[in-house]
Write a protein that binds this ligand. Structure first.
Ligand SMILES: Nc1ncnc2c1ncn2[C@@H]1O[C@H](COP(=O)(O)OP(=O)(O)OP(=O)(O)O)[C@@H](O)[C@H]1O
Ligand SMILES: [Mg+2]
Length: 353
């Protein structure tokens, strides 16, 4: 691969299954040595994209270069340069971890001498040495995923596709796998194309993120650039009388908005029971751009609010904006919801009071 050429360059990628249009003209570029995350809900077309880019499925249209080769003209050269960890584990349950790796080395024609060394190094590297002689059927989900990744690395690929690598893993195993993936990029200079439904995962790992929705990329950029599409976050205030207030952070920024809110609360001698600051995350971006609920819902501005209570120590910093499933995008600071604290998960008081 030429030094400066992107690891993946795609223009106008289209794919339908019969009458069902899944990818409607996708353009994307992934520089070498970076992590790119394709983010989308169930059925968005993430696996379809991975299968096309890894030569497992034919595109209907589009110019695609992967690892420095034209995908249509040189699929074998592409295959030799990449590794794929599919959405569903591809290891053999009846074999041990070590036997699985040996089998993969044989399939890839790794010579006998090198095979032993390769398998040993991968078992150590992916923290599998202790379970190497156990059948995979006895592995936890996290171990199985690590073995999957080790199998993908047997051929020393320069570019790997990870299709929802942490789906179903507990938070600890997920963080471990993130660390492993980061190591592949930082220590080996591997390029990673990762799909996920977890917005936090893209935020944690990816240099660039693209949001796939209804066949199109609705946004692409660094996690920070995408977060900037949603101006400000919000400040939530809970009062002693069980009312609550949400104030959007506008152009003034968090510090000035917070100072203004605190000054006004002080001036009104409001009895504050709690206050929290929410900075925008990728969930907010996804909601704002697609109107779809993200796969892993989190509380935030888009959460259903209780009935609006106009009374109480309101802080009229701007026009009231009705609560709803879509994030308001006005850059001005504004009261966006007032609600009873008893409708939120944070209250510990008896709602019947
Ligand atoms: N072989 C197939 N034949 C017909 N339709 C298909 C086929 N494979 C996928 N689809 C459809 O294409 C759409 C995209 O599927 P795909 O598996 O790429 O989505 P995904 O983003 O990977 O979803 P998930 O998060 O559930 O894995 C879905 O509507 C799916 O039902
Ligand atoms: Mg999929």
């Amino acid at each position: 691969m030429l030094n400066k050429e992107p690891a993946i360059a795609v223009t106008g990628l289209r794919k339908s299954y019969g009458p069902h249009l899944v990818l409607d003209g996708i353009d994307l570029t992934v520089p070498q040595g970076t992590i790119f995350s394709l983010l989308g809900p169930n059925g968005a077309g993430k696996t379809t994209t991975v299968q096309i880019l890894s030569t497992l499925l034919k595109a209907d249209a589009g110019q695609i270069r992967v690892a420095g080769h034209d995908l249509a003209a040189e699929p074998d050269a592409v295959r030799a340069a990449i590794g794929v960890t599919g959405q569903f584990s591809a290891v053999d349950d009846l074999l041990t971890g070590e036997e699985n790796l040996r089998l993969m080395a044989d399939l890839l024609h790794v010579g006998r001498g090198r095979r032993r060394q390769t398998v040993h190094a991968l078992l150590e590297r992916f923290d599998l040495a202790d379970v190497a002689r156990k059948p995979v059927a006895a592995y936890s989900g996290g171990l199985r995923r690590r073995l999957d990744l080790a199998m993908t690395m047997v051929g020393e690929p320069r570019l790997i596709f990870l299709d929802e690598p942490t789906a179903g893993l507990d938070p600890r195993s997920r963080r471990d796998l993130w660390q492993t993936v980061r190591g592949l990029v930082e220590n080996d200079g591997v390029t990673v194309f990762l799909t996920t439904q977890y917005l936090e995962e893209a935020d944690q790992l990816a240099d660039r993120v693209a949001l796939l929705s209804r066949g199109a990329l609705v946004a692409e950029g660094t996690p920070d650039q995408l977060k900037r599409l949603i101006p400000g976050g919000h400040i939530s205030v809970r009062f002693a009388d069980e009312t609550a207030l949400t104030v959007r952070i506008g152009d003034a920024g968090i510090v000035d908005s917070l100072r203004s809110v605190l000054e006004q609360l002080d001036a009104r001698e409001a009895e504050v029971a709690g206050l929290s600051v929410h900075t925008p995350d990728l969930d907010d971006v996804f909601l704002a751009l697609t109107g779809d609920a993200p796969a892993a819902p989190t509380a935030g501005v888009g959460s259903p609010a209780g009935p609006a209570i106009p009374a109480g120590p309101a802080i009229p910093a701007g026009p009231a904006i009705p609560a709803g499933p879509t994030l308001p995008t006005s850059p001005t600071a504004a009261v966006i919801t007032t609600t009873t604290a008893t409708t939120t998960a944070t209250t510990t008081k008896d709602p019947a009071r």
